[in-house]
Design a protein around this ligand. Structure first.
Ligand code: CP3
Length: 347
């Protein structure tokens, strides 16, 4: 096995590969019957995230079933606040719940130094997945991840998802000193968490900033681009050559500035992004990743073929990683995923 034999790492090092490598956000999850069985065995979603044997198993399930070019660590972006000591539960069918942080006592209670110890089971999952891939499918690379700071702060301040994160946006504008102090703690914790994944064997890191598109350009620069640039530089200092994928969801035309300024090796395109526009406006040394509509995958058939063909056509010749624009939807038939990957491999 030579260096960077994995196609996805070749693309992340700036070489183009055609047909492009492919993986899917939320490829491990409730659309797979084998996941639902393991999840039941684990108990709650948090129990599954913190059980290295079962979390490694569900990370590998889509690799075995589909032969995808990347495995993404099975965990959640909200593990970082949890590892700082903020309570976290996933109520069945309702999404995450955290005791919201709105005052100095809540901020002071966040324990950055404890992150490494509390997140240790997840690092054991990373080691097990690397060993599993080496044994079962060495051409598949392991991607670790964290949330983007803005997105994770939204959940920490709001205490839940599902809305427009008004409290978080109000705090950012209205109480900037408190907000900056919260972001500084979160940045230190996120960096520790990402570096620990690299140390444990993650071969690329992805930063999911799902709510980046809510911010006006000035705040996008301050709270999305700048922290991502600092995280990226700190990772490069500790692990030279380790690639980073940034996903500032719904960034629109700010994607171009994000790609040019953060130092990431690839940018994720959400479903609304025109890949032809991105191919022109994202610097050519930054790879593109995306961006099939998860609903087209769910629908299957001609709609799926047409949408996938459109994307492949728009990015032909560019360093590109095929993916969805957001996560796989729960009712998606696994046969649709297999058909999509066959189409990409025939491109
Ligand atoms: O992509 C993957 O396969 C890797 C694992 C992963 C999960 N969440 C597992 C998960 C990743 C990368 C995430 C990221 C994540 N988590 C984001 C960013 C990406 C996005 O979707 O915008 C966000 C915002 C979260 C927070 C979160 N986690 C929410 C809002 C929810 C509830 C919604 C839902 O789909 O249930 C979760 C739960 C969650 N995270 C599940 C999975 C597989 C479902 C839990 C279950 O199986 O019961």
């Amino acid at each position: 096995m030579g260096m960077t034999a994995q196609p996805i790492l070749r693309v992340l090092s700036g070489q183009s590969a055609w047909p492009p490598p492919a993986w899917l956000m939320r490829q491990a999850g409730r659309h797979l019957p084998e996941y639902r069985r393991t999840r039941q065995q684990a108990g709650s979603f948090m129990d599954l995230c913190l059980n290295p044997e079962l979390a490694a198993e569900v990370t590998l399930q889509p690799v075995r079933r589909y032969g995808v070019d990347a495995a993404i660590l099975f965990s959640d972006i909200l593990i970082v606040p949890w590892a700082m000591g903020q309570g976290l539960t996933f109520a069945e069918g309702e999404g995450p719940r955290l005791p919201p942080i709105r005052d100095q006592a809540g901020l002071d209670a966040l324990d950055v130094a404890g992150v490494a110890v509390r997140a240790a089971p997840i690092m054991e999952t990373v080691r097990r997945v690397r060993a599993g891939l080496a044994a079962e499918r060495p051409e598949t690379a392991l991607i670790g991840f964290s949330g983007g700071l803005w997105t994770v702060a939204c959940y920490m301040i709001e205490g839940k998802g599902g809305g427009e994160f008004r409290q978080a946006r109000r705090m950012m504008h209205g109480d900037p000193v408190f907000f900056a102090a919260l972001m500084a703690k979160l940045e230190a914790a996120t960096l520790a968490y990402l570096l620990a994944q690299a140390e444990a064997g993650a071969e690329a890191l992805m930063i999911f900033d799902s709510w980046a598109g809510q911010l006006p350009p000035s705040a996008f620069r301050q709270w999305v681009i700048e922290p991502t640039k600092r995280l990226r530089a700190a990772i490069a200092a500790a692990y030279p050559g380790l690639p980073v994928i940034g996903f500032p969801r719904l960034a629109g035309p700010m994607l171009s500035e994000y790609a040019a300024r953060t130092g990431v090796q690839a940018v994720g395109m959400d479903t609304s992004m025109d890949p032809a526009w991105a191919a022109r406006h994202v610097p050519p040394h930054v790879a593109l990743q995306g961006n099939l509509d998860p609903e087209a995958l769910l629908a299957g058939g001609e709609a799926l073929r047409r949408e996938a063909a459109c994307i492949l056509e728009a990015v032909r010749g560019r360093a590109f990683i095929f993916n969805l624009g957001h996560g796989v939807e729960q009712p998606t038939p696994p046969e649709h995923v297999a058909a999509l990957l066959a189409q990409v491999r025939a491109a």
